[in-house]
Design a protein around this ligand. Structure first.
Ligand code: AMP
Ligand code: MN
Ligand code: MN
Ligand code: MN
Length: 279
């Protein structure tokens, strides 16, 4: 049986993507995607527009969100909630509480960047943000590229914004307990986003997966735009071992700024249960 072209993780201008929600949907459709989830960071505001655009094109659509979580010793983990009710008051309040920390974090980042010669970064990043409450490292990266200090967003992260680099500041996002509770209360399925991107030890990883499962988490992105072949094998193994549903997820942010385009992903290993059997 031919696998369906599902892509259950991407971003619009509502958070740190480059395309408006309806344009993300149109591009996904052009690329052959059959089931799409828009998963903006900590925000549900693009879902109505995306859903309407998907309905017009006859494209399957799942409401999504990518929740920023702090776990362990200042580790950031992203959890995607799929099939959430965007009107759910508890989820909305929870996401609002995460967003409210972004502005002061951005000010702290700008102060650190100023010390290493990158001036005006707060105002500069804001020029790239649709919704100021969603100011993110991606917007800082675009400003630093615009200044000519780096040739692309990825090298900005490598030099300034990744953990341990001069512009990185510690920040408390939601706890794993809270994030999963908001997703579940809103009727969603929680999925570990891009597990290959976390700098965790083997033991820490197993602890995180176990805690996630104990809190009712169901899925993991086995196929991700951020994953190499080795990662796919590793996370397919984790899905089998923990009984997780498997997701397929580009994490597309915009043309020229992403590892992989919408829907242009390898298929899931065929013994895994796709998370979209639930939609
Ligand atoms: P924030 O939520 O403000 O910490 O920003 C995180 C976002 O920065 C991610 O969702 C990506 O869009 C982007 N990002 C993080 N690491 C990288 C990287 N190494 N290269 C490019 N973009 C990155
Ligand atoms: Mn992002
Ligand atoms: Mn992420
Ligand atoms: Mn993402």
């Amino acid at each position: 049986m031919k696998a369906i072209n599902a892509d259950l993780h991407c971003h619009s201008t509502v958070s740190d993507g480059l395309l408006a929600p309806a344009d993300v949907v149109r591009r996904a459709h052009e690329n052959g995607v059959e089931l799409l989830a828009l998963t903006d960071h900590d925000e549900l505001g693009g879902l109505a527009e995306a859903r309407a655009a998907a309905a017009e094109l006859g494209l399957g659509f799942v409401n999504g969100v990518e929740v920023s979580i702090s776990w362990g010793d200042d580790q950031t983990v992203h959890i995607v909630g799929l099939g959430v009710d965007p009107e759910h008051a508890g989820l909305r309040a929870g996401l609002e509480s995460i967003r409210s920390g972004r502005d002061s974090r951005a000010a702290r980042m700008a102060a650190e960047l100023d010390k290493v010669g990158i001036h005006g970064a707060y105002e500069g990043a804001l020029k790239h943000v649709g919704n100021p409450a969603l100011i993110s490292r991606a917007h800082f990266a675009r400003y630093i590229v615009e200044l000519g200090h780096a040739r692309d967003v990825k090298s900005v992260f490598d030099h300034w914004l990744a953990k341990g680099k001069p512009g990185y500041v510690n920040h408390a996002w939601a706890t794993l307990e809270d994030g999963l509770r908001w997703i579940h209360d809103a009727g969603g399925i929680a999925v570990i986003a891009h597990p290959g991107r976390y700098r965790l030890s083997g033991a820490e990883r197993l602890e995180m997966y176990g805690m996630f499962r104990d809190l009712g988490g169901r899925g993991i992105e086995v196929i991700s735009g951020a994953h190499k072949a080795d990662d796919v094998a590793e996370f397919a193994h984790i899905a089998r071992k923990f009984g997780f549903l498997a997701s397929r997820a580009s994490d597309f942010h915009g043309p020229g700024e992403s590892w992989i385009d919408l829907g242009k992903l390898p298929d899931l290993p065929d013994d895994l249960t796709p998370v979209w059997t639930h939609f």
